[in-house]
Design a protein around this ligand. Structure first.
Ligand SMILES: Cc1ncc(COP(=O)(O)OP(=O)(O)O)c(N)n1
Ligand SMILES: Cc1nc(C(=O)O)sc1CCOP(=O)(O)O
Ligand SMILES: [Mg+2]
Length: 207
């Protein structure tokens, strides 16, 4: 499936309480989100598979892919479009073997050493961050700022998306650093109007 990293929504069900996850994602996609990752650290695999299937229904016909965070079996059983793994998650080699050639597989990167150790031929994109400290990921690594982002993007042969504490106003700096897009949780999920929040990002990305 072709994919566009320009506005990458990573979900947090707790932050989407006001409207529920499906309505929040539907509004965010109308607002311009181009790719969605289902991320839930508390749900069981069964709950996450059921949630992924509901999100697939929401995304059907939009061309927006659904990526699963961390859980290879959930990605497989829900027939999601792909999987995002971090440095301590399922190995990329295993994910590619299980999910096949067509799956979109992304890996988190925080340092040059991690980038150089990544099996690039098996990956579709990398997530680079955190750019800034964030409360959305308690165990996040050392923030790298836009300078660190630019260094890692320059060394990266794959499409990349910046993550961590990003707001719509940061779109220009992310683009100047060379990344293909921004990934956000709280600046869309945690907002009173997720459609307008996504629209603000889309406007900033397009300008
Ligand atoms: C697009 C994107 N980039 C980075 C991450 C972080 O993944 P990871 O390091 O595995 O941390 P958790 O999200 O699992 O807490 C991501 N999820 N998405
Ligand atoms: C899920 C995640 N991964 C990160 C990384 O650096 O790998 S930062 C992060 C949280 C991003 O949430 P927010 O947009 O609310 O700051
Ligand atoms: Mg992870």
């Amino acid at each position: 499936m072709p994919f566009d990293l320009s506005l990458y929504l990573v979900t947090d069900a707790a932050l989407c309480d006001a409207y529920g996850l499906e309505k929040t994602v539907e509004a965010a996609v109308r607002g311009g989100v181009t790719i969605v990752q289902l991320r839930d650290k508390h749900a069981s695999d069964e709950q996450m598979i059921a949630q992924a299937k509901r999100l697939k229904t929401v995304l059907a016909g939009t061309g927006v892919p659904l990526i699963i965070n961390d859980r290879l079996q959930v990605a497989l059983e829900s027939q999601a479009d792909g999987l995002h793994v971090g440095q301590s998650d399922a190995a990329v080699e295993e994910a590619r073997r299980v999910l096949g050639e067509q799956a979109i597989i992304g890996l988190s990167i925080n340092t040059l050493a991690q980038l150089q150790a990544a099996p690039m031929a098996l990956l579709d994109y990398v997530g680079i961050g955190p750019v800034f400290a964030t409360v959305s990921k308690q165990d996040h690594a050392q923030p790298i700022g836009f300078g660190g982002l630019a260094l890692l993007v320059k060394a990266c042969p794959l499409p990349s998306v910046a993550i961590g504490g990003l707001k719509a106003d940061h779109a220009i700096s992310v683009q100047r650093a060379g990344a293909n897009g921004l990934a956000v949780i709280s600046a869309i999920c945690g907002q009173a109007d997720p459609f307008q929040a996504a629209r603000a990002f889309q406007t900033a990305v397009a300008s």
